[in-house]
Design a protein around this ligand. Structure first.
Ligand code: UT7
Length: 314
């Protein structure tokens, strides 16, 4: 049995090709001003030939390097993705081969809440003693399921990957986690194919999703702090899913957290679904904002709907 699951390494990767708001305004009826004001997004990274596994590999290598453990010490790989490279085998097994690991590896699908679901699952393996070191990855090539002619969704999404190494420890790590799903909203945010062998693209009732995201995530943030017995002043950083700056700021306001304690990276990469929280986390760890011992609230919501939070002492 391990007392806590601690994050001992983070990594992230964005593909080099950048599509700015101005680039998009040349092909669809939109403007940089509209996208910036309504979402906070300025640009997104889009793969050329790279796969979801390629992005995951680059982020994972960085996380393993920071953790200072050898790949042979991994007991499990959980890859959260909405955009696996194939229906099967699992992209996690492709990643296992790419980084030279030999442990069990599986994909987890919970769209934009995927990283939170994967981190919570990994924590259970660690706390029961079934695993010591787990590689938890969020990797997405959302550009492959975006309808680039649909201005209501094409402006939002991007590609990227983030990873953490979670490890059993006597020192504090994850303090609390909470997961929810509600299948009544299946068609509010979905890929619009009927069967797995048909091509489909993201469609979203943006307004409805926006309101539900603000309400669910605000309630969740309040509940999480209450259940841990932590005041918002004791919270060092919110590391939210990067979907829309207006959603993020509404949730921060609800828990009385100033925006200078919120990690926001969406202007650089848009909504990268399961990759967005570990991308934001890694950015702030590497630029020195997040330090050992800081209390972090991570939370996200996505299609399903599924949503959840993880409160961690870093
Ligand atoms: O990650 C999981 C969850 N996903 C989200 O959290 C996304 C949640 N939703 C949102 O972020 C927002 O709803 C959007 C950014 C998608 C849309 O923003 P909004 O403020 O809710 O705009 P709206 O859909 O109410 O549209 C307002 C107007 C409409 O025009 P009219 O009817 O007022 O004339 C739209 O047709 O803006 C128009 N519009 C656009 N105009 C320029 C919609 N998309 C665009 C666009 N450029 N790209």
């Amino acid at each position: 049995m391990n007392k806590f699951a601690r994050i001992i390494g983070t990594g992230s990767y964005l593909p080099p090709n950048v599509v700015t708001n101005d680039d998009l305004s040349k092909t669809i009826d939109t403007t940089d001003e509209w996208i910036t004001t309504r979402t906070g997004i300025k640009q997104r990274h889009v793969v050329s030939n790279e796969s979801t596994c390629d992005l995951a590999e680059k982020a994972s290598i960085k996380a393993l390097e920071m953790a200072g453990i050898d790949v042979s010490e991994l007991d499990l790989i959980i890859l959260a993705t909405t955009t696996p490279d194939k229906i099967f085998p699992a992209t996690a097994t492709m990643l296992q081969k790419a980084i030279g690991a030999s442990c069990p590896a599986f994909d987890l699908q919970s769209v934009c809440a995927g990283f939170i679901f994967a981190l919570t699952t990994a924590e259970q393996y660690i706390k029961t003693g079934a695993a010591k070191n787990v590689l938890v990855v969020g990797s997405e090539t959302m550009s492959r399921i975006v309808d680039w002619n649909d201005r209501s969704t094409a402006i939002l999404f991007g590609d990227g990957a983030g990873a953490v190494v979670l490890s059993g420890s006597e020192e504090t790590g994850i303090l609390h986690s909470k997961l929810f799903s509600d299948g009544t909203y299946l068609s509010s945010l979905q890929v619009n194919n009927n069967f797995i062998n048909e091509t489909g693209f993201i469609e979203m009732a943006g307004n409805e999703v926006f309101k539900i995201a603000v309400n669910r995530l605000s309630e969740l943030a309040e509940e999480t702090l209450n259940e841990v017995g932590m005041s918002s002043e004791e919270l060092d950083w919110m590391v939210p899913h990067q979907a829309n700056i207006r959603i993020i700021s509404s949730v921060a306001k609800r828990i009385k957290t100033p925006m200078d304690k919120v990690i926001v990276t969406l202007e650089n990469h848009g909504n990268t679904s399961a990759a967005s929280i570990p991308l934001a986390l890694d950015t702030a760890v590497r630029d020195g904002r997040i330090k050992k011992g800081d209390n972090l609230l991570m939370e996200g919501i996505g299609g399903g709907f599924s949503w959840g939070s993880v409160l961690v002492q870093f």
